[in-house]
Design a protein around this ligand. Structure first.
Ligand code: NAP
Length: 250
């Protein structure tokens, strides 16, 4: 089925590689004008050069409210408004027992993964989305949100809270703007490379659908949620994990 985002404007954070780049690519292929954002200008320009369709780039740290505001403004200046915001950028600076995390890394994780999506949603909604019926915010969470396992517990905690934040904003921004989340399982990107690269075949065999995820698997769900096919869905989180939480109990 072809999904048409013609005439829509999308802003995607963390768009220079991995899941964010796949989302930007699929939205542009569906006809949207796409603003790609992440911290490094060179990486953004390289990503945009590989994407077919109308794109622009703006370097911004997702944890910096001033940068969020500047990026939203640049998107409106360039494309005339914002219909779709994808809060995809996230950080995972700490591995270990949650009780021992140092405060700078605790604060950084919350700043980028949880406060960031709120700030970007706030700036984009007040600047443009509230005047664009059918607009949509999509937050990229994680199946880690459903686990209390140690290791990357504070990162997982931010994703659990992001799912709650998704429901809060869905309630508040209706009926103009839908707010949904996607919770990916293990996806072949740089962020998760240490997890999948040494064990890809074993991890794939353990996954009910027989492989670990590709960025396009998440982009497909985001494309659906951004489109009018999802026009009566808000506050929802779609798990896209090849069925892995069916066995891990997540
Ligand atoms: N891969 C997985 O297995 C997996 C599983 C569940 C959930 N997720 C979630 O999926 C999302 C995308 O992750 P990914 O796996 O695609 O990661 P990735 O391949 O490492 O890409 C991360 C992207 O975010 C940007 N970024 C990182 N920190 C940023 C910041 N502070 N401000 C702005 N941009 C920033 C990076 O570019 P710069 O470094 O140039 O800024 C890059 O474009 C994240 O929310 C992650 O938590 C991933």
């Amino acid at each position: 089925m072809d999904i048409d985002l013609g005439g829509r404007v999308a802003l995607v954070t963390g768009a220079s590689k991995g899941i964010g780049k796949a989302i930007a690519t699929s939205f542009a292929a569906a006809g949207a004008s796409v603003m790609l954002s992440s911290r490094k200008q060179d990486a953004l320009e390289a990503a945009a050069a590989e994407i077919t369709g109308e794109t622009a780039v703006f370097a911004a740290n997702a944890g910096d409210p001033d940068a969020a505001e500047a990026c939203v403004e640049a998107t409106v200046d360039r494309f005339g408004g914002i219909d779709i915001l994808v809060n995809n950028a996230a950080t995972n600076p700490y591995a270990g027992r949650s009780i021992d995390i140092d405060l700078p890394r605790y604060d950084k994780t919350l700043e980028v993964n949880l406060r960031g999506p709120l700030v970007w949603s706030n700036r984009a909604w007040h600047r443009s989305m509230k005047e664009r019926p059918g607009s949509a915010i999509i937050n990229i969470a994680s199946i880690g949100a459903f686990s209390a396992a140690s290791g990357i517990g504070i990162y997982n905690m931010t994703k659990a809270a992001l799912i709650h934040q998704t429901r809060l904003l869905a309630n508040e921004l209706a009926p103009t703007t839908r707010v949904n989340a996607v919770a990916p399982g293990l996806i072949k990107t740089d962020m998760a490379r240490a997890l999948w690269e040494p064990n890809e075949a074993t991890l794939g065999a353990r996954t009910p659908l027989g492989r670990i995820g590709e960025p396009a698997d998440i982009a497909n769900a985001a494309l659906f949620l951004a489109s009018d096919l999802a026009s009566w869905i808000t506050g929802e989180t779609i798990v896209v994990d090849g069925g892995s939480t069916l066995r891990s109990g997540g």
